[in-house]
Design a binder for this molecule. Structure first.
Ligand SMILES: [Zn+2]
Length: 437
């Protein structure tokens, strides 16, 4: 059980992978220094050891000594401190019938520290709780027309789920150290939602509303664009793991992109980057919610896909089949119904125009597609590949994979928790030592 609340200061920006930070970090040694700088060296070294275990998986103290260059007693002290903080744990290695005492392995502890990821979508709210080892302890979604119901209804539904998640964590002996909230829209540097064309909201203090409803002032709450969080979530435990440069295209009612460059989330100079759905693909195209004409979202967003495939009228004419439009559509695609199949290929061709821009501009290792677009990717692949083969400048030298996310609908909430947890791992001393028993 954990007897003391851990706290963490969470700021916007500086979100990203612990591993990339560690890769560029240099070893700090314990030279003769002032107490303040000795303390900062200790913080740095704690992060280095925690990052080593995150990057390499369970390992022995001897391996940490070998890989970090610290001496045995320093590693012993640092591992002991990280265990006391609830960041790491030690346990015997699994044995394969060998005789003798199994070696003790150091691993990331999933038993003490956790964080919440929250997401407000156009027609749903979602909450997940992840522990420091990346395991999902709680995950629930409530569907409703929250864009129309408004921010008060959305945050109230969100907080109801968050309350249940926190209660569950508490009974399991975990301490929540922060909350990451994702929303489709422009978030400014002060954490205000300036505008969401998809939700139809502007100038809303969502963090303030969640904080006041939640009544847990000790919990730091950060707010981010949902596609940015999806990219972070994918790199933490999904398909993006191992990539330092990729773009996560998040397809729902809104279509956004989270950009990871050199292992760090790139939000733009004002935090307004990644507006993938508002790239121009047809100057004479339909009017978008943002006021401009011909935005990509009008061709590949959820409403557009339902419209061009005619799936809603097909469902009306075929009652008793699938209740969910996407299930019905995928069923039509599986049986090779030519109308929807051609329509989805055209959606793929439109999506490819946007992906082509990303690839030519950023030269990423991969493009990852999430949300409902990930489920339709098998029927769009040919159109996307043909387009990229014709348009991407580096095509003769490099293959740019377009991958479906494995966390199709959960990447953003996982990312919301991950932004908090990666900060804990980057500065383990930022949390108060836990009283463990
Ligand atoms: Zn637009």
């Amino acid at each position: 059980m954990v007897g003391k609340e851990a706290t963490l200061r969470l700021e916007r920006g500086a979100v990203g992978s612990n591993s990339a930070g560690n890769r560029s970090a240099t070893l700090a040694t314990n030279r003769r220094t002032s107490p303040a700088s000795q303390e900062s060296v200790r913080h740095h070294n704690l992060a280095l050891v925690a990052g080593h275990v995150v990057d390499n998986g369970p390992c022995s103290r001897a391996q940490i000594v070998r890989d970090t260059g610290f001496n045995k007693s320093t590693v012993s002290t640092l591992v002991g401190d990280l265990c006391a903080l609830g960041i790491l744990a030690e346990s015997p290695a699994p044995t394969r019938g060998s005789i003798g005492r199994p070696p003790t392995l150091v691993r990331v502890s999933g038993d003490h520290v956790a964080a919440l990821g929250l997401e407000i979508g156009v027609d749903y709210v979602k909450v997940a709780a992840l522990d420091l080892a990346g395991d999902v302890r709680f995950g629930e979604t409530v569907e409703n027309d929250y864009a129309a119901l408004g921010p008060e209804a959305a945050t109230a539904a969100l907080v109801e789920l968050a309350d249940r998640a926190l209660a569950l964590l508490s009974t399991e002996g975990l301490v929540a150290v922060g909350v990451g909230l994702g929303v489709a829209g422009l978030i400014d540097a002060t954490g205000q939602l300036r505008v969401s064309y998809d939700l139809g909201w502007s100038d809303v203090d969502l963090v303030g509303m969640v904080r006041s409803d939640l009544g847990r002032p000790e919990l730091a709450i950060g707010i981010y664009n949902e596609a940015d969080l999806a990219a972070v979530g994918s790199r933490w435990t999904g398909v993006g793991r191992g990539f330092d440069n990729f773009v996560y295209v998040y397809g729902g009612a809104a279509v956004g992109a989270g950009v990871i460059l050199d292992g760090q989330l790139f939000e733009g100079s004002h935090g307004f980057g990644g507006q993938f759905g508002h790239l121009l693909i047809d100057p004479d195209g339909p009017r978008c919610g943002c006021g401009a004409r011909g935005c990509l979202v009008a061709f590949v967003g959820k409403d557009a896909v339902r419209d061009v495939t005619g799936i809603d009228s097909w469902m009306a004419q075929n009652p008793g089949t699938a209740r969910i439009w996407l299930d019905a559509l995928m069923e039509r695609l599986r049986v090779g119904d030519p109308g929807p199949t051609d329509a989805i290929a055209r959606v793929g061709a439109s999506l490819a125009v946007g992906i082509d821009a990303l690839v030519n501009l950023l030269d990423p290792e991969a493009i990852i597609v999430g949300g409902f677009l990930a489920e339709l990717l098998p029927w769009m692949n040919d159109a996307i590949t043909d387009h990229l083969n014709a348009r991407v400048i580096g095509r003769r030298k490099v293959h740019y994979p377009v991958l479906a996310s494995t966390q199709i609908y959960d990447a953003a909430v996982r990312g919301g928790a991950a932004v908090v947890l990666t900060r804990v791992l980057a500065d383990p001393a930022s949390i108060t030592p836990l009283t463990l028993n």
